[in-house]
Design a protein around this ligand. Structure first.
Ligand code: ZN
Length: 77
């Protein structure tokens, strides 16, 4: 085979690998951003009106307000 053909194969091969790598990277980053957003729980204090959020899995027993310590329950949309 002509050496130039090998060069072409290697060149296109590495270009494809680079694209696949970038694709993987963005896919993973997108997923991570989405996970962080999904895990965020939003609370609204019924006593002082403070809006706050926490990154917690289990908030079924509520979360105290950072301002007045009043225990609020998660907002559901
Ligand atoms: Zn409050």
């Amino acid at each position: 085979m002509h050496p130039f053909t090998w060069f072409l194969i290697l060149y296109t091969g590495s270009a494809l690998l680079a694209i696949a790598g970038l694709w993987f990277y963005y896919e993973k980053r997108e997923k991570r951003v989405f996970d962080v957003r999904r895990k965020r729980r939003i609370f609204h204090c019924v006593r002082c009106g403070e809006l706050y959020s926490v990154r917690k899995k289990d908030v079924s027993d509520g979360q105290p307000c950072p301002k007045c310590e009043y225990n609020n329950f998660e907002l559901s949309f």
